[in-house]
Design a binder for this molecule. Structure first.
Ligand code: XUL
Ligand code: CO
Length: 437
């Protein structure tokens, strides 16, 4: 096959002074930060569906992107060529991982058996290319939302046969993920939600979703897949109400159905803002509950109410998210997957490089800044001091469970009034963060 990106050489680190748009200014893969290389901290991944399947179409017009390696057909040979183009891109970009849905990489056939055969034929090339390049699979997933059979949902469909089809599809997708050495597997509930309560039995649908995930956990053991399972929260799109609406809703669901030990969360920045949260709020909630697994790194547009999936270039967001990730001890199986697409106007192949370079450099800067903040201890010292009343005396007694309402009433009746509060100093802290950025 001809080179897919003939005009682009391997992207190198040239440092902050470089003016070369096709070079990294901050992402220096081998540079050590807190004892690990940047590559080990950030674990960047390319999302196959956006980088190689999304042509830029929107509700008002068709695809704009030039993809000279793609003949536009739904043939297996075209899918295999696309894989070779994708791995040339991963290699030139210097990224360690990629992610895909089953239907991104291989075309759907007339029957499930035919579809599985198509998938196997493409997985063979994925495996060859992984071996050739050492690029790894961060996670695999199944597309349970695009085909018309999933119009009412997959695991939450009113049609039991559709549940069965989805189960068979996920079983195969888990097998394929294992075959490719995937480090994780994501469940994003594409159409697991509802549009109208008039035709929906919500309790039954939630029970079905839990049953589906338990079956997946059993299957994982049966086939010997040792990667991490994740749920990806999202509040809306495509259904009006999605069951996995945010990190807290997912955590409650996992707890109710005894699934916490089996699934962590894959937090996506743009999904957090759609849920009315900051990206870092979702990360922090997941980390505080021990279920932060991986990240879909992108950005929304607060003036638009939909999932715009833009590349992350907001330094504040990237700094705060890296602070949370460093504070929790870093990724294990997870990473930063660019679930983002180039703008419809950025239609040339080279734009794919510019987009990813920007995302990688912004997170690398965020990592360096977050590490400097941690080293100086300014935020952690402030927070520790703010909660100092809990370290001894009455606070320590409450935390250790020695106190009841009776004793606290006696304590306060004797004291008469609580110790005065101290300022939260929010503006001062915001100014300090700006000094680091
Ligand atoms: C949809 C979304 C998905 C998941 C994988 O908004 O983020 O692409 O990341 O199914
Ligand atoms: Co995503």
């Amino acid at each position: 096959m001809k080179e897919a990106f003939p005009g682009v050489k391997k992207i190198e680190y040239e440092g902050p002074e470089s003016k070369n748009p096709l070079a990294f200014k901050h992402y220096n893969p081998d540079q050590l930060v807190e004892g690990k290389t940047m590559a080990e901290h950030l674990r960047f991944s390319v999302a196959y569906w956006h980088a190689f399947r999304n042509g830029g179409a929107d509700q008002f017009g068709g695809s704009t992107r030039l993809m000279p390696w793609d003949d536009g057909s739904e043939s297996v040979s075209n899918a295999q060529n696309r894989v070779r183009a994708a791995f040339e891109f991963f290699e030139k970009l210097g990224v360690g991982f990629y992610c895909f849905h089953d239907r991104d990489v291989a075309p759907e056939g007339a029957t499930l058996a035919e579809t599985n055969k198509n998938l196997d034929a493409v997985v063979k090339v994925l495996k060859e290319e992984q071996q050739r390049t050492d690029v790894k699979l961060l996670w695999g997933t199944a597309c349970l939302f695009a085909h018309p059979r999933y119009m009412h949902g997959a695991a939450t469909s009113c049609n039991a046969d559709v549940f069965a089809f989805a189960a068979a599809q996920v079983a195969k997708a888990i097998e394929v993920t294992k075959e490719l050495g995937g480090e994780g597997y994501v469940f994003w509930g594409g159409r697991e939600g509802y549009k109208s309560l008039l035709n929906t039995d919500m309790g039954r649908e939630l029970d079905h979703l839990a049953k589906f995930l338990h079956m997946a956990v059993d299957w994982k053991k049966q086939v010997g897949f040792t990667g991490q399972f994740y749920i990806e929260p999202k509040p809306k799109e495509p259904t009006k109400h999605q069951y996995d609406s945010d990190a807290a809703a997912c955590y409650a669901f996992l707890q109710k159905y005894n699934l916490v030990e089996h699934l962590k969360l894959n937090i996506e920045a743009n999904h957090a803002t759609l849920a009315g949260h900051n990206f870092v709020h979702e990360l922090e909630f997941a980390a505080a509950n021990g279920i932060l697994g991986s990240v879909d790194a992108n950005r929304g547009d607060l003036l638009l109410g939909w999932d715009t999936d833009q590349f992350p270039t907001d330094l504040y967001d990237c700094t705060f998210s890296m602070l949370t990730i460093l504070n929790m001890g870093g990724f294990t199986t997870g990473g930063l997957n660019f679930d983002a697409h180039v703008a419809r106007e950025s239609f040339e192949p080279v734009d794919l490089f510019h987009a990813h370079i920007g995302g990688m450099d912004t997170f690398a800067r965020g990592l360096k800044i977050a590490s400097a903040i941690r080293k100086d201890g300014i935020l952690s010292d402030f927070v520790a001091k703010r909660y100092a009343s809990w370290d001894k005396g009455i606070g320590a007694d409450i935390e250790s469970g020695k106190m009841s309402f009776k004793e606290l009433s006696e304590y306060m009746l004797k004291k008469g009034e609580s110790t005065p509060n101290e300022s939260g100093r929010i503006e001062m802290l915001e100014n300090i963060i700006n000094d680091y950025i």
